[in-house]
Design a protein around this ligand. Structure first.
Ligand SMILES: *Cc1c(COP(=O)(O)O)cnc(C)c1O
Length: 397
């Protein structure tokens, strides 16, 4: 059994704060600051440029990729790190489209994160012709899969509602129709068990600064199925995805396997932070994590349902249909979240009316979520959110 008291001890959380926003920005694991300091002073400071070889910086994207691979059911050597998630979405999508040259349609859903949709729109515009992005309601995706599709592009867990797609089932349906599938695992990696190999995913991408705790702006990951990895032609064909970057050839030849999805110089400080953050996962079993996440969600939801009649559930009521978050709706959602933060419970708000709460068993206990639900009830019952300072909107919600 995973020891969640031990994982809790591996985080530095501020006193008096219950953090229900690890789905948006994971908190600081204890080992990270020392590791980044060592990378700065011991490696960069002492080794200077020789650090690329002596400190293994050049191999860090692959090494860290394998550690994330273990959490998403990917074989060693099939995941690499770099850039931001938006860039990785673009890369995966462009490569997938090129593998289906006779087809023009990308299918996604209206629950997808806007950046994924924007990247797809931009790519269609660049490719010209009749490439197009089609979006349907999340519930209508399965029925909309047909042989016109080049690529099905979905985020497994909806960032707003926490609703979870049935990955294996949709992949099977898309493959039957001859389409490829790109999965965004931003709210899956480190949140729920994922098995990209078992589900036969073609491409998967995700970020590291949410449930994987790499810190603001941490690098993204990309997975390419081994059966495709030597066939895909990266649209962003940078020198570090070249077969021999230090040959400085004038022509691009892709590196073998997923390494070709690297673009430029990796962000070593952020990768070092992520590498240290991943130590927390060493003895975590994803089945235990899922069971604990659902237990925490149930404690929270049962209390909120019993005491806050004005809050409506935006997430599926059925536990198995959710990822690791619960979302509630209220027209004054923004002010309610501000009042909660004032009271030491950090969640977040997504326009127009969603209050979001992430459940992260690595550092949240049943007591924490009970207290959080009690504070939310107190705020709702006494309308404590209705103060002018809680209505003032900041740039980031
Ligand atoms: C968080 C998130 C992003 C953010 O992309 P960045 O390029 O890292 O800013 C994109 N897609 C989804 C589904 C997300 O949840």
């Amino acid at each position: 059994m995973t020891d969640f008291a031990a994982t809790r001890a591996m985080f530095d959380l501020p006193e008096g704060v219950i953090y229900l926003d690890g789905n948006s920005l994971g908190p600081l694991p204890r080992g990270v600051a020392a590791r980044v300091a060592q990378t700065i002073t011991g490696e960069w400071g002492e080794m200077l440029i020789t650090g690329w070889n002596r400190a293994g910086w050049m191999d860090l994207p692959a090494r860290v990729g394998d550690r994330i691979g273990r959490l998403i059911g990917a074989q060693p050597g099939t995941v690499t790190m770099g850039d931001t998630l938006s860039i990785k979405v673009y890369q995966a999508l462009a490569s997938a489209l090129e593998l289906r040259p006779d087809r023009r349609v990308i299918l996604s859903d209206t629950g997808n994160f806007p950046s994924d949709l924007y990247m797809a729109e931009g790519l269609c515009r660049t490719l010209g012709g009749d490439y197009r992005l089609k979006t349907v309601a999340p519930e209508a995706v399965e029925a909309a899969i047909d042989p016109s599709l080049a690529v099905l592009m979905l985020t497994e867990v909806d960032y707003r509602t926490g609703r979870k797609h049935d990955m294996a089932r949709l992949i099977a349906k898309a493959h039957e129709a001859g389409a490829l599938v790109v999965w965004d695992l931003a709210h899956s990696a480190g949140a729920i068990p994922v098995d990209v190999t078992g589900a036969d995913a073609d491409f998967a991408v995700g970020c590291s600064y949410k449930y994987l705790n790499s810190g603001p702006g941490g690098p993204a990951f990309i997975y390419v199925a081994p059966r495709l990895a030597d066939r895909v032609r990266p649209a962003l064909s940078g020198w570090l995805g070249h077969e021999a970057p230090f040959a400085f050839d004038l022509d691009y030849r892709p590196a073998p396997g997923v390494e070709r999805m690297r673009v430029g110089t990796p962000a070593i400080l952020q990768l070092a932070a992520l590498d240290a953050a991943l130590d927390v996962w060493e003895d975590v079993d994803m089945t235990d994590l899922r069971a604990r996440s659902l237990e925490l969600q149930e404690i929270f939801l049962t209390r909120v349902e019993a005491t806050c009649p004005d809050l409506t559930l935006a997430s599926p009521r059925e536990a198995e249909a959710r990822g690791s978050q619960i979302s509630l709706r209220h027209p004054q959602g923004y002010a309610i979240i501000q009042a909660l933060i004032h009271d030491g419970v950090i969640g977040d708000f997504r326009a127009p009316d969603i209050l979001r709460f992430g459940f992260t068993p690595l550092y949240l206990s049943p007591d924490d979520v009970t207290h959080a639900a009690e504070k939310l009830s107190a705020i709702m019952q006494a309308r404590l959110w209705d103060r002018p300072e809680f209505h003032a909107r900041a740039k980031v919600t």
